[in-house]
Structures are given as C-alpha cells and as structure tokens.
Design a protein around this ligand. Sequence first.
Ligand code: ZN
Ligand code: ZN
Length: 295
Amino acid sequence: MLDYHLHLWPHGHRDTAPTLDQVAAYCERAQAAGVTEIALTEHLFRFAQADRLLHGFWDDEPDAALRLSMKRYWEDHARADLDAYVDCVLAAKDAGLPVVLGLEVDYYRGRMDDVAALLAGYPFDVLLGSVHWLGTWRFDDLDDRVSLDGWRARHVDAAWSDYVAAIEELAATGTCDVLAHPDLVKVAGHRPDTPEECWDRLVEAAVSSGMAAELSSAGYRKPAAEAYPSPPLLERFVRRGVPLTTASDAHRLADVADRSADLSVQLSALGVVTLRAFRARRPHDVPCRAEVPLP
Ligand SMILES: [Zn+2]
Ligand SMILES: [Zn+2]
C-alpha cells in the first residue's frame, strides 16, 4: 500500500520548519501499517511562494463575507518556505527513507499556467490536484461559520455540479498527476438524490486527462463517514482502468496510514492488485500488497 497524501501541519497551526525526524516518524508509522512508500504533499497555499503568485485571487468575489473569510484563511496559511520544505523531503530521500516529494495543488481558474511555471522549478515526484473551494467558498472547511453558511445558501445539486465542473477544468489543465479525494464535495454529508451523472463526469475527467485517482480514508474522519471516493464511484474508476493511489490525508502523525487495511480490503474486493506510484512525475505501478517473505 501507499500513503500518497500527507501533510506536516494541521490547519490552524502555525507551520514550523519541517525536520528529517518528522519525516522519519511518518515513514516509521506508515511502514508499521504495511505502507511501503509515502508522499509528502503539503498544500501549495501554505507557502510564501504561493502567496507571491496568487495573493488576492479572491478580490473579484462579490460576496463580502466570503471575500474576507478567504483573505483571512489565506493570510493565516501562506507563510512557510517552499524551498525549506523541498530541501527537507529531498534530504529524507537521500537518507534512504521511503518518501517521495509531492504537493497538493488547488485549482485557481485562469492561473494554472502560472502555478505550473512555479512548480516546474522544483523536483516534484507527484502533484495532487484538489478542489476545496468553489470560487472562494471553502465548502470543506467545516469549522468555519461562513463556509457552513454556504451550504445553507446553495442547493446540494448545484454545489455538486459546480464541484464537478471545477474538477473537469483542473484536470484539463494537465497541471497535476492525481485527482485527490475525488468526491470531496460530499464532505459535510450532503449528497444529491442521483449522483450518477456527477460520478460519470469525474471518471471521465480522470480518463481524458490521464490522471490517477486517490482512494482516501480521510472521509471516514468527516461527516461523509466513508472513503473518498464512494464505493460506486471507486468501482467506476476501476472499471474504466483509472490507476489508483491510496492515502490517509493525515495532517498529524497519529493519522498517518489511517485505515490502510480497510482501503486494501476495498481494493482487493474489486480485483485491484497494483497501485500507481510516481518518480519525477513519471508513473510506475507497484503491488498493492508488499510481498511477504516466506518463513
Ligand atoms: Zn485536500
Ligand atoms: Zn490534503
């Protein structure tokens, strides 16, 4: 198994300089759970380099509450140094730890060429593509009143449709390698009566862009109370031959490789025997389960 979606810092916590010891502890916990390789994938928006590129992307949001909420969230997060993060993960790789260098990248409409140009200056192994925000509405920020109000102000079908459209646009830019938590829009537990069309469009976005899709245990820790993607969507990905990664989306050591065994069971029930891994953004396949040496 893999854990290809890991953060060093919880939201709301001031970032500290990443250390080799922290990465080593993540690797140790992952390996104890049968995970053979991890990817560190901190949010792009935690870094000052993203702030210089994207600050004020919320300025044309007409809703003042959303605009201010996004501004505050952004300015609270975009402080760490991307170079220090990259150097730390590269040092961990050099030390022989089973880790690759990644990043979780949000969708910034009309700005992805700039984002890709920034990221091309770093030796990333894998880039996750995510939609956490629709415009400036942070639909998955369940601790924020303005974000929660957004769920009351919108029809569930419209939120899902806008989310899927954003994923389609992100995938079409070709900026990233893996579709992170593909049905994140269910995070708060709101689902349309007939999600099938949305599921089919998400699968098509992966197929047409060549992106892999992530099977993530993070949804179990949210009101959605199931993995991302839902079982019927996972089955659709598998049926269409979309390569998969597995992930915990941990923001702290205790959640590294969370429910990895449950994800493994889901995959074997669907006959999936390989996962997609990456080096220097080039894909290769690895077995779901590490070979167990004969006694
Ligand atoms: Zn995410
Ligand atoms: Zn994440």
